[in-house]
Design a protein around this ligand. Structure first.
Ligand SMILES: [Zn+2]
Ligand SMILES: [Zn+2]
Length: 268
């Protein structure tokens, strides 16, 4: 699909190379800029007690590359099927109208929110956790480099609902591509340990930081709806006394504390 947009031949190998090379380049751009900003240039404001662990960063970068390239192998056939007209992807908004386009975005959102919550819950089952999901959870205090550090089968399973949508109902090409891009950016954003939104319905960075800290809260994708329905929601704004100071940061508190010149990120 990406190969199609770049006017490259619809060959599985070309699709794989586009996904893997483009994916790794995008990872270094997004995670590199995020790490540079939050953990280096503005460390004093956002993570004043953070001490870089080069071995952990190298490990996270290694698993991100393995995850992205491995994932490209797994999703290249899906993109090939999409690119060769075997899905319900359509190219012109006029084909279905704006009303349907909005409806399809809602349907895709509901489907991915539901499936990703339950797939993530399943990945925490002991049968799947050790062989697949443990790789991502080895980083208890994540950084931007952890956002895509996955066993490829783990990231494939969590990304699958986005691809399945394209086969279940008509989906505009741009809805499909934008949703995949947003997931990519979101994955990096929720690992920088700085929350920018306070809304209770958003599965923000603080909530995902708690997912890494406690393991059994906040499994959702973008929202806390399924976590709230299933009793697995935990707010980063109350009752997190066991979490060392500095691990959970918010943009607004970082502003206040950097003015006061305080906090320190305690060790684990
Ligand atoms: Zn998890
Ligand atoms: Zn994570």
């Amino acid at each position: 699909m990406l190969a199609y947009l770049l006017d490259l031949p619809d060959h599985p190998l070309i699709i794989f190379l586009t996904l893997s090379v483009g994916g790794v380049a995008l990872f270094f751009l997004l995670a590199g800029l995020s790490y540079l900003y939050f953990f280096v240039l503005r460390k004093g404001r956002f993570h004043p007690g953070y001490e870089a662990d080069p071995a952990e960063n190298r490990s996270a970068i290694k698993w991100s590359i393995i995850g992205i390239v491995g994932n490209a192998v797994l999703i290249a056939p899906i993109h090939y099927y999409v690119a060769t007209g075997h899905s319900q992807i359509y190219y012109s908004v006029a084909d279905m109208g704006w009303g349907y386009l909005i409806l399809s975005v809602i349907m895709m959102f509901v489907l991915t929110e539901t499936c990703i919550y339950w797939i993530h819950r399943a990945l925490h089952h002991r049968l799947l956790y050790n062989p697949l999901h443990r790789i991502h959870h080895q980083y208890q205090k994540p950084t931007s480099f952890v956002g895509l550090a996955f066993n490829p089968f783990d990231s494939f399973l969590q990304g699958l609902p986005h691809h399945i949508s394209a086969f279940l109902f008509p989906l505009n090409i741009w809805v499909y591509l934008v949703s995949l891009s947003v997931v990519y950016v979101w994955a990096v954003m929720i690992h920088d340990r700085v929350s920018f939104v306070r809304w209770g319905l958003v599965n923000n960075t603080g909530r995902h930081t708690l997912h890494h800290w406690y393991y059994d809260y906040n499994y959702g994708q973008y929202t806390t709806i399924w976590d709230r329905l299933c009793g697995t929601h935990k707010s980063p704004f109350e009752g997190c006394e066991e979490v060392p100071e500095g691990v959970l940061r918010t943009a607004w508190l970082a502003e206040e504390s950097s003015a006061a010149g305080t906090p320190v990120e305690a060790g684990t």
